[in-house]
Ligand binder design. Structure first.
Ligand code: NIG
Ligand code: FE
Length: 440
């Protein structure tokens, strides 16, 4: 096949597209323009998850950071030609930037030394019992300055962006004291204001019971609800509050107490649900009106039914299963139950995956998702799972000008390729923020 060079054309005297002039950005001749447009102003479910809204020979026009025009290249050029820096996407796929619906990306340190324990067969709970896992990262993060957390997290965000993530949710949860949780959330706020990626932050003081409260989960849940929630709501930009409902951690009643406080302070609920066992987390998410229930490896039929009825999004996280040696969530079962499914990397020190492309490959090969469903789950549905469904996740006029140009001529390469990086360019709010095109 003859490869046409990836040209940057400039119809008007303007700077290179990578250093924009303030003019709009026009991306033309995409072999497949994956718009993900549709009539649904909500997360997609069932058959809706198979519809990618592909326009052959498609074009997108972005101005002022937002999408203004989407459609057939000839038509878009007729309306907007000559008004912009132009990127020629001949032979390439163009799609919205990935949205990562669930990360624990804000932490200090690393847990690479623990990998040997996993190789020797230690379970998630056994690693925790040895003072490893979350406990280890809590020690490292408490000892770090806010600046150190910002610097370490920034590197991970850079990595995610290179793999095509343009919006991500980031949780706290490695501080577990009011002061340290505030520092983590303020670090995320700082990155939200200075990193090209859009961030949504979640307070997760109820990530685990810290050692100083061992055997006193009630008292710790009280501290989270009565002291941490009000402090977080008034001093950070957190939008959500997440609780890990699990045997030996937080009960449904602890979660109810924390979510009642969260709601009173304007934080919306998310639940780490049914990850290690069925603890009724899915049903609880429906009961408290959570935006999403995440993990869901052991969710019951009744729990999934309740989620479907309330429109609670099921966020599945295959990297977590790989890294913790757990079974995979059955996404097919969720989709059949009518639950809108989203994907996340779950990037955390025990499951360090910065690549949503890798997550897509796990979703197709291990969770029973068709590539189309995985793409919907990693864009529109992930956006709805973090309260940004009206802003990002699809290429539609009025939405953010966040898109990826892939070095592939069919979107079916996503989910099919197990490794590598197909992302050639990342456009964020109409600006090229990452460019790996080969020099020719
Ligand atoms: O989402 N499930 C809870 N928390 C993380 C693990 C965090 C860690 O191991 O540091 C998760 O898998
Ligand atoms: Fe998680």
């Amino acid at each position: 096949m003859i490869r046409r060079p990836h040209k940057v054309m400039k119809p008007r005297a303007a700077g290179p597209a990578t250093a924009p002039t303030g003019a709009g950005l026009l991306v033309v001749h995409a072999a497949e323009l994956v718009t993900l447009r549709g009539p649904w102003a909500r997360a997609r479910r069932g058959e809706e998850m198979r519809d990618l809204g592909i326009v052959p020979d498609g074009a997108v026009y972005i101005e002022g950071g937002r999408i203004r025009e989407v459609g057939d290249t000839r038509e878009v050029l007729r309306v907007r030609g000559g008004a912009a820096d132009v990127l020629d996407a001949t032979g390439k796929v163009v799609l919205p930037g990935f949205v990562d619906a669930h990360t624990h990306a804000a932490f200090a340190g690393s847990r690479h030394e623990e990998l040997a324990w996993k190789v020797e067969g230690l379970s998630f709970r056994e690693v925790l019992a040895r003072g490893g896992g979350i406990h280890r990262t809590v020690r490292d993060t408490r000892a770090a300055t806010k600046e150190a957390i910002v610097a370490a997290t920034r590197k991970r965000l850079d990595g995610m962006l290179r793999f095509g993530t343009t919006t991500a949710e980031v949780k706290s949860g490695y501080g577990l004291t009011t002061e340290s949780e505030l520092a983590i959330l303020q670090a995320i706020d700082e990155l939200a204001g200075s990193h090209p990626m859009s961030l949504v932050s979640t307070f997760m003081g109820a990530h685990t019971v810290p050692p100083e409260f061992q055997g006193r989960a009630d008292a710790y849940a009280g501290l989270v609800a009565d002291e941490m929630v009000p402090a977080v709501a008034s001093r950070t930009g957190a939008r959500f509050c997440d609780v890990w409902v699990e045997g030996g951690l937080f009960s449904a009643d602890h979660a109810r107490r924390i979510f009642a406080a969260a709601k009173a302070h304007g934080l919306e609920a998310k639940v780490h649900a049914d990850e290690l066992s069925d603890t009724g987390g899915a049903a609880l998410a429906a009961e408290v009106g959570a935006v999403s229930a995440d993990h869901l490896l052991h969710a019951s039929d009744a729990g999934l039914g309740a989620m479907a009825e309330k429109g609670v999004i099921g966020v599945v996280l295959p990297s977590a299963s790989v890294a913790a040696g757990l079974p995979f969530a059955d996404a097919r079962r969720l989709i059949r139950a009518g639950v809108p499914v989203a994907l996340g990397s779950d990037l955390n020190p025990g499951a360090w995956n910065e690549s949503m492309q890798g997550v897509l490959a796990l979703a197709t090969h291990r969770l029973g998702m068709y590539p189309e469903e995985a793409i919907v789950a990693a864009t529109v549905n992930a956006a709805f799972a973090i309260g940004k469904g009206k802003e990002v996740g699809a290429l539609d006029p009025g939405m953010a000008g966040d898109l990826l140009i892939l070095d592939a001529d069919a979107v079916g390469h996503l989910g099919y390729r197990l490794g590598g990086n197909l992302v050639e360019k990342v456009v964020k709010a109409g600006r090229v923020v990452m460019d790996r095109s080969p020099l020719r």
